[in-house]
Design a protein around this ligand. Sequence first.
Ligand SMILES: C[S@@+](CC[C@H](N)C(=O)[O-])C[C@H]1O[C@@H](n2cnc3c(N)ncnc32)[C@H](O)[C@@H]1O
Length: 304
Amino acid sequence: MVGEYIARRPIVTINMPAGASANEEQERFWNDVAGPLWVAAEVDIECHTGPFGDVALAVALPANGEAVLDVGCGCGSTAVALAEAVGAGGTVLGVDLSAAMLARAEERLAAGEAPQVRFRRADAQSADLGSGSVDLAFSRFGVMFFSDPVAGFANLRRALRSDGRMVFACWQAPSANPWMAVVNRAAARIFGVDPPPHDAPGPFSLADPERIRAVLDAAAFRTVEITAHQERLRLGVGQAVEDWVHQRLIMGPARPGYLGADPARQSEVRATIAEALAGYRVDADDPMSGLAMDAAAWIVAART
Ligand SMILES: C[S@@+](CC[C@H](N)C(=O)[O-])C[C@H]1O[C@@H](n2cnc3c(N)ncnc32)[C@H](O)[C@@H]1O
């Protein structure tokens, strides 16, 4: 039954023609480094990002029958949630650079849920996503990686109908996100990594609301509304803090220095950073109780 269903589904476009991406560095990162790690840690990551996605969904209010674009859809959980909202008469196209994450997204559909969802491997900044056919462009943390954000958002705007809307979640500044910043900062000190320029493609490229407004204005969006949302995350529950630190290090900017160090040095670094996180432990006497750390995002809504 499932096999029959899969055979009926159009094949996801996993291959992207060479040179089709305007974001080659990000494409390499999300295919070779982050994608497989993200798939392996999907359940944990979903706990971090899920609450923000739920708020963005509540703002976006996808309606029955609408055509939705899920930008940087990753492993596909938001695409499925969007599909539930638009119903059988609606459509959802999830677009992402990462073949590994899209393969996981496709797996989600294999059981026969959400037949109105399609996934496509493409660069949302430069791919032809259609013109004037989308009601809602949605993204949970997938729009901060464009090499040319104005071009990227202008491309999304082109895909939207004349009365279309866009809603996305993006991270606030590192200072409001200790759950990422504490490890990154400590590792940067240890391995001598310079912080990236504040507007470089990456999780914090849209941290400044003035920049969000300037970029969306230049991409011809209007009535931009930016709302703050904060969560206290429970991280690394049921694992040693050092193991959680390892997960963060191999995804973060100090990855090359960390992976290049010998095992004894790596272990020393993990222990040093775990020590720096002592104040965030849920239960100081229980090493497996995890960490409670703040996370903050902007929920951005704009109209064409
Ligand atoms: C932080 S992850 C978020 C994934 C997913 N939206 C979620 O919330 O789980 C960022 C995603 O954006 C994708 N991405 C980055 N730049 C992109 C681009 N130019 N076009 C399409 N996808 C992109 C990455 O491959 C990755 O899956």
